[in-house]
Design a protein around this ligand. Structure first.
Ligand code: ATP
Ligand code: MG
Length: 237
């Protein structure tokens, strides 16, 4: 579905994404790990269109989207949730989700409301629908971040460290929700430092180090690979 071919991104002379080639199939759940500053979030920016590559080509359903801006990609079915939730504080939970559901005017009011209720149910937020977003605890703000992305009815959902900062119990609960999203057929690309959370959901794992892809494949095999262990734990003295 999504295909990145030899994609690079730079800040001046600093190469942050270094010739990455990566595909995400229909309904696939791909995990991305890598050290801080490796270029993981930048890779999601390139997939979403919030950054445009210096080189390489990106296609979605075979269509070239390399230079297509984010709002157009959202219309094609790509959505993103951020690590730090930034809801519209002056609006209720329902209204926050409605912003995504209207699809920039592409969906009528009735259909948008139905979609919102479905998404709030799916993300466990239905009981909070009328509350101001500003009163939500962290787990529910994370759920709202997910709900806003799901309200655009994505076929590909990009998640950037959505489990960061949660307790173990909260993390487990969020994992169940994300598993549900994945089981409903939405393809997922999920960056997460909490590796056990990722492994509970993804069926493929990719490792990024210094902007380049150093492993991609079966999650257990990737985790065991010598070069992956080396960048995470160093070489023995
Ligand atoms: N505006 C900028 N100008 C220059 N360098 C930048 C800028 N923004 C980010 N970088 C650098 O780009 C690199 C990749 O950043 P990115 O946020 O993609 O990493 P990351 O893998 O998501 O890290 P983390 O795990 O900490 O979230 C980092 O080395 C970062 O310092
Ligand atoms: Mg990041």
């Amino acid at each position: 579905m999504l295909d990145l071919s030899d994609v690079s991104f730079r800040y001046g002379t600093l190469t942050v994404t270094d010739g990455v080639s990566l595909s995400v199939g229909q309904g696939e759940a791909l995990g991305i790990i890598g050290p801080n500053g490796a270029g993981k979030s930048t890779l999601l920016d390139l997939m979403m269109g919030t950054k445009l590559p210096a080189e390489g080509r990106i296609t979605f359903d075979g269509r070239d989207i390399t230079r297509m801006p984010a709002q157009k990609r959202a219309g094609l079915g790509i959505a993103r949730a951020f690590q730090v939730p930034r809801p519209f504080h002056g609006m209720t939970v329902f209204e926050n989700v409605l912003v995504g559901a209207t699809g920039g005017g592409r969906r009528n009011e009735r259909a948008s409301y139905d979609l919102c209720f479905g998404v709030l149910e799916q993300t466990g937020l239905i009981g909070h629908a009328r509350e101001p977003a500003s009163t939500l605890r962290l787990l529910d703000r994370k759920r709202l971040e997910l709900a806003r992305a799901l309200a655009t009815k994505p076929r590909l959902l990009l998640l950037d460290e959505v489990a960061g900062g949660l307790t173990d119990m909260e993390c487990k609960s969020l994992i169940e929700t994300i598993r549900g999203v994945s089981a409903s057929g939405v393809a997922i690309v999920w960056i997460e430092h909490i590796v056990h959370a990722l492994l509970a959901v993804v069926n493929r794992l990719c490792v990024i180090d210094q902007g380049a892809q150093i492993a991609d494949g079966d999650p257990q095999e990737v985790i065991q690979a010598d070069k992956v262990r080396e960048i995470y734990m160093g070489t023995p003295a």
